[in-house]
Design a protein around this ligand. Structure first.
Ligand code: DX5
Ligand code: ZN
Length: 220
């Protein structure tokens, strides 16, 4: 599958969020990663469905990849789907019924994802493969942008790639946390095909150069 680069708006300037989305898409991003934190599942608080709704209204052609680091997830899935999410990813620890929540996401017409923390084993997703459009490997512990990439998640990424290929399903393998030009190559070689990058893009002076330098590594 064609690699996708998804800048995380967590690292954007929230005072001019609509323009940031436009600028980063014009700079060559494929879609926008939208991190939702609740000060409960993770010790940080970000944005909710009202913000997503405004961004979707302003940028109807842009796909938003919503990463829910919240617990419980059930009611917020409905709200983010209604707000216009294209993809919705949950953490399996955040619900007692991950299989049911993934079905709930698909019933809304959204693509469904499960996210694995660095300490969460790959086996958690095996019973869920039929219900998945996306598997997200966290390469940092969730909660904050700007952390360093954890190379110890690479073996799990390789196993996830093998699991997806064996399943015969069309499932994206996303990696999130510490992705930049110096880490994206290893993540790609391990099998990831969708790359979240927050500070590496929004922290750069030139978004286009930052995205291009990652594409160079993907094509190396
Ligand atoms: C972490 C978030 C990530 C994060 C990525 O909890 O899920 O999406 O914002 O930011 P960087 O690329 O700065 O690690
Ligand atoms: Zn994320």
């Amino acid at each position: 599958m064609q690699p996708l680069i998804a800048p995380s708006i967590l690292a954007a300037d929230f005072a001019r969020l609509g323009n940031e989305v436009r600028d980063v898409m014009d700079a060559g991003a494929d879609l926008i990663h939208f991190d939702v934190m609740d000060n409960h599942y993770v010790p940080n608080l970000s944005v909710g469905p009202l913000v997503l709704r405004s961004l979707v209204k302003r940028h109807p052609d842009v796909e938003f990849d919503v990463h829910l680091m919240v617990s419980p997830v059930e009611r917020l899935v409905d709200e983010f789907a209604a707000a216009g999410a294209a993809w919705i990813t949950i953490h399996p620890e955040a619900t007692e019924h991950p299989h049911a929540v993934l079905s709930q996401i698909r019933r809304h017409g959204c693509k469904s994802g499960v996210s694995l923390n660095p300490g969460t084993p790959l086996g958690v997703v095996e019973p869920l493969l039929n219900s998945l459009d996306l598997m997200l490997i966290m390469s940092v512990n969730p909660g904050f942008g700007g952390q360093s990439f954890l190379p110890e998640v690479l073996p799990k990424t390789r196993c996830a790639r093998a699991l997806i290929d064996q399943s015969g399903h069309s499932i994206r393998l996303e990696i999130d946390g510490g992705i930049a030009a110096d880490t994206i190559g290893d993540a790609h070689r391990a099998g990831a095909d969708m790359f979240v990058a927050g500070s590496a893009v929004f922290g750069a002076d030139n978004y286009s150069d930052a995205i291009q330098s990652m594409r160079v590594e993907l094509n190396a």
